[in-house]
Design a protein around this ligand. Structure first.
Ligand SMILES: Nc1ncnc2c1ncn2[C@@H]1O[C@H](COP(=O)(O)OP(=O)(O)OP(=O)(O)O)[C@@H](O)[C@H]1O
Ligand SMILES: [Mg+2]
Length: 225
C-alpha cells in the first residue's frame, strides 16, 4: 500500500473543552489511486490532510507512506519528505506575496537543488497548461482567487509528487474554470502516476476520483451515494 492511515486521532483544546476532531480515522490509498474526501465544514478534512502531510502533529495512530511511519521523522526529515514526495494544494493557497507567480511555482524545485533553468522550464509548462503563462511575472496580490488557486496547483505539481494532497483546489473557481483545473489536475495525476487525496464540498468534483469517502463525527466512511 502506498499510503496507510491507521486509527488516527487528533483533538484540539478549546478553553477547558477538548474538541475531538479525528476519532480513529483509517484510510488506505494505493499507488495511482484517487480518493475524494467530503464532509461538513469543521469535520476535520483539513486537519486530516495536514496530519498526513506531517505538518500537524496528531495525538495517536500512524501515517505510513510507503511503509515509513512519518511520526518517527524529525522536523527537517518531514520537510524533505514533503519536497520529494508530496504536492500540497492548501485550502488558502499560501502563496508568497513577495515572489512573483513564476518564482512561487519554482520554489519547491529549487529547494530540491534543481537548476534554475530546469525549474523555470517546468514551471512555464505548468503555467501554460493552466492558462497563466502570460501572468508569470505578476505578484499574487494582482491575481484573482481562482488564478491563485491555479498557481498553487502548479507549485504543488512541480516536483512530480507521488502524493498530491489537494484541499478544495477548485473552491474559488466558477464551474467552467473548476472543470479546466480539475481536468488538468487529473491529466497530470494520471501522467505522473500520482496518488491523490482530494478534499471537496462539491459532489461533481468528487466524482472525478475513483472512490468517495465522507468524514463525519471524526470517522471516515464510504459514501453511500
Ligand atoms: N489550530 C486549531 N486550534 C483549535 N481548533 C482547531 C484548530 N484547527 C482546527 N480546529 C478545529 O477543528 C475542527 C476541524 O477543522 P478543519 O479545518 O479540519 O475542518 P474542515 O473539515 O477542513 O472544514 P472546512 O470544510 O470548513 O474547510 C474545527 O472545528 C476547527 O475549529
Ligand atoms: Mg478545510
Amino acid at each position: 500500500m502506498f499510503l496507510e492511515v491507521r486509527d488516527l486521532r487528533k483533538s484540539f483544546l478549546d478553553g477547558e473543552k477538548v474538541l475531538k476532531v479525528l476519532r480513529g480515522v483509517n484510510l488506505q490509498l494505493d499507488y495511482g489511486e484517487s480518493i475524494a474526501i467530503m464532509g461538513p465544514s469543521g469535520s476535520g478534512k483539513t486537519t486530516l490532510l495536514m496530519s498526513i502531510a506531517g505538518i500537524m502533529e496528531f495525538d495517536d495512530g500512524n501515517v505510513l507512506l510507503e511503509g515509513l511511519d512519518i511520526s518517527l521523522l524529525t522536523f527537517s526529515q518531514k520537510a524533505r519528505l514533503r519536497l520529494e514526495k508530496m504536492g500540497i494544494v492548501f485550502q488558502f493557497h499560501y502563496l508568497l506575496n513577495d515572489l512573483n507567480v513564476l518564482d512561487n511555482v519554482v520554489l519547491p524545485k529549487i529547494a530540491l537543488g534543481c537548476s534554475r533553468r530546469e525549474a523555470y522550464n517546468e514551471a512555464s509548462y505548468l503555467l501554460n497548461a493552466v492558462g497563466l503563462y502570460s501572468k508569470a511575472h505578476l505578484f499574487p496580490s494582482n491575481l484573482s482567487g481562482g488564478e491563485k488557486q491555479k498557481v498553487a496547483l502548479c507549485r504543488a505539481l512541480i516536483n512530480a509528487p507521488k502524493l498530491l494532497l489537494a484541499d478544495e483546489p477548485t473552491g474559488n473557481l466558477d464551474k467552467n474554470n473548476a472543470r479546466v483545473v480539475l481536468d488538468l489536475m487529473m491529466r497530470l495525476v494520471d501522467e505522473l502516476k500520482t496518488s491523490l487525496l482530494l478534499v471537496t464540498h462539491d459532489r461533481d468534483v468528487a466524482r472525478v476520483c475513483g472512490k468517495i469517502l465522507v468524514l463525519n463525527d471524526g470517522m471516515l466512511r464510504m459514501s453511500d451515494v
